[in-house]
Design a binder for this molecule. Sequence first.
Ligand SMILES: Nc1ncnc2c1ncn2[C@@H]1O[C@H](COP(=O)(O)OP(=O)(O)OP(=O)(O)O)[C@@H](O)[C@H]1O
Length: 294
Amino acid sequence: MATTNTPAGTVTSHPSVSVSAPSAGWQDAGLDNPGGSTTVMDLADVSVHYGSYEAVRGTSMPIRQNQITAMIGPSGCGKSTILRSLNRMNDLIPGARVTGTVSYHGQDIYAKGVDPIQVRRRIGMVFQKPNPFPKSIYDNVAYGLRINGIKGKLDDHVEEALTGAALWDEVKDKLKSSGLALSGGQQQRLCIARTIAVKPDVILMDEPCSALDPIATSKVEDLMYELSKSYTIVIVTHNMQQAARVSHYTAFFTAEVDEKQVRHGRLVEFDQTSRIFTNPGDKRTEDYITGRFG
Ligand SMILES: Nc1ncnc2c1ncn2[C@@H]1O[C@H](COP(=O)(O)OP(=O)(O)OP(=O)(O)O)[C@@H](O)[C@H]1O
């Protein structure tokens, strides 16, 4: 059994998954996060259709407060689809339909009368490709504050968000420069600053590091750990090592083929990450994390 020493202790990893030491030692530290056992969001029997095609069926899992939950699994198993169902981003896709219940602090976010804009303000999203607006660094962060009518000193809010995204020191002298002039990793942290500026509760991240080099990836992973002290994070990642490094809980999805040879995404297993990577309960999870499948 491979082990990795971290500042917080020793992380035991699955023999086939080499887990490099996270700079903050999250596996151990994170599970002690206050509020870790509180459920912020809950999926109950959630299925998502695109037109008549059922892309993911029957997903039930909790999202725990101040924890990082990773969604992993082979391409096309519905990770991004489920992620988007958590803040009604699927509403923006013609033909997409969500059934089952997605609740946030006990309230069904798809219930009649719930405003999807308000849902997305509480449950923010960071995308795969950094997508700053063609505006200044300052205005990228101030944008959400202005449209949400957030009062108070804008300068202070912008500084707070950039500091929270570990970007302030790098940009404080060039706030009027274009956000597009930053490096890819800085742009992604700018997008994270834009997301946290409006003080969401939950942050959804869809492959946030896939367009970044290893150093920028490491900075964003460190940032995720810091952010998890104040926010609840759900991340879709193709990178199992990343899931093992950064997350407290992992959901493993796969694609099942039905009798008509149609593929449907299914949640196979949800558990603490340390368990998924050392002692998974389902053979399909073990096959995937050991590289025998997927
Ligand atoms: N907008 C859409 N319209 C129709 N089908 C879609 C749409 N988005 C996704 N799908 C289908 O739904 C299924 C799940 O896709 P999804 O992108 O959620 O999977 P994923 O696990 O995130 O994949 P990847 O890891 O490759 O990003 C796939 O069969 C995909 O082709």
